[in-house]
Design a protein around this ligand. Structure first.
Ligand SMILES: [Zn+2]
Ligand SMILES: [Zn+2]
Length: 400
């Protein structure tokens, strides 16, 4: 049987057994400043240490609790200080001072009968009195963890991935693929996390109890490893008892026509697998739509910049412009300026939210000024300038 040692609260706080309450208080404050979780965020060891010093301070800063601890080598709320003292005196370890009390050969059934009764000669593990002791001391071990206990169904966690889809796939819809790293149900144990059924607990050899030392006194407690059941499950070697294994998988998903950039797609059950029959999490995809060299998508609208000549812009014209459905004719009104925006109604993207509706195509006109390489053209341009000699900068200076 394994034995768990009692805690030395004096060593935890780094004080002598003869320390005054003032010394204990100071030692605790010093240690608390160092190990406080606020000072050590995310540090598990500091957190554990902080718990230990808090526990030590809780016992040693309380005169009554400290007295019990000094006499028995451990403390429980369920022990009456007077009883502890009486037993310490009876055993000849009187006067406190931290000398461990020898409870060897002591009949524990007398413990509950109160002081004054002479301890009987018979004792030992397995006698009926152990049962009541288990209850008395259970408070000390209430913080114990039971990591090897069989776990119930645990749901898998959700996953979130960004999925970049091709410009055209987002507009027309279609299938897209993405590599996802997810936890999958372990193929060896089928998510049970253990194999071969429950086995004997190695900590207590299947008895469900371990021996705890209180000074030189021994008493039994439920085995913290198997929670007193005496059995643990053999962890699966493939998944090391996790019930799931990591796997990179190509997920295929459907893109609805008109899917916008930033849209979320939920793939139910495609997140991490659950354990012990727990439901799988979901996979959330955040769609990033790809770009195009000619078209720029803004919501359901398509923006295009179209170059036009000076005569087309000045006299007006019908020009071919590209749309997401192919060529379309756009009427350039006479006197169109560079940068002006013209609208082709319902030539944009079919809406994913409102079926049957389409966005517009917005054409930005870019007037291309010709480089005149022949004298005849330059002459015409000069003549044009003379005929139309308005100063386009008048308004600019008027506003000064
Ligand atoms: Zn497994
Ligand atoms: Zn056990």
């Amino acid at each position: 049987m394994a034995t768990t040692q009692n805690k030395d609260y004096y060593a935890t706080l780094g004080v002598k057994k003869t320390a005054t309450s003032d010394e204990i208080r100071k030692a605790f404050r010093k240690a608390a400043r160092r190990y406080h979780p606020d000072v050590n965020p995310g540090d598990k060891r500091a957190e554990e240490k902080f718990k230990e010093i808090s526990e030590a301070n809780d016992i040693l800063s309380d005169e009554k609790k400290r007295k019990v601890y000094d006499q028995l080598g451990f403390y429980s709320d369920q022990i009456d200080p007077a009883q502890a003292e009486a037993y310490a005196r009876q055993q000849g370890g009187a006067g406190g001072g931290g000398t461990p009390v020898d409870f060897g050969g002591f009949d524990f059934s007398g413990f509950q009968s109160g002081p004054g009764q002479h301890p009987g000669p018979q004792a030992g593990a397995g006698s009926q009195s152990w049962g009541s002791f288990k209850d008395i001391f259970s408070g000390i071990f209430s913080g114990a963890q039971h990591p090897q206990q069989p776990r119930g169904p645990q749901p898998g966690t959700d996953l979130e991935y960004q999925a970049t889809v091709d410009f055209w796939t987002a507009i027309h819809g279609g299938l897209a693929r993405l590599q996802v790293n997810r936890q999958e149900t372990c193929p060896s144990c089928h998510g049970q996390a253990h194999t071969g059924g429950p086995a004997q607990c190695p900590e207590c050899n299947g008895t469900g109890q371990v021996t705890q030392m209180g000074g030189r006194m021994k008493f039994n407690i439920p085995c913290p490893m198997c929670n007193g059941t005496g059995r643990t499950a053999n962890a699966c070697t493939t998944c090391h008892g996790e019930g799931v294994v990591n796997r990179t998988e190509t997920v295929e998903f459907r893109i609805k026509a008109g899917t916008r950039d930033g849209q979320r797609i939920r793939l139910q059950g495609k997140g991490n697998a659950g354990v012990n029959g727990g439901a799988a999490g979901d996979l959330f995809l955040i769609v990033r739509t790809g770009t195009h060299p000619v078209f720029t998508r803004v919501g359901d609208d398509i923006h295009v910049t179209v170059p036009v000549t000076v005569p087309e812009a000045s006299l007006g014209a019908k020009v071919d412009v590209p749309t997401i459905d192919g060529r379309a004719q756009l009427k350039i009104p006479p006197g169109t300026q560079s940068g002006q925006k013209l609208r082709l109604r319902e030539r944009g993207v079919e809406s994913a939210q409102r079926p049957g509706q389409r966005g517009d195509q917005i054409v930005t006109v870019e007037v291309i000024v010709p480089h005149l390489s022949d004298e005849r053209s330059r002459e015409i341009m000069r003549e044009l300038g003379k005929l139309n000699n308005q100063d386009p900068r008048v308004a600019l200076f008027d506003k000064l």
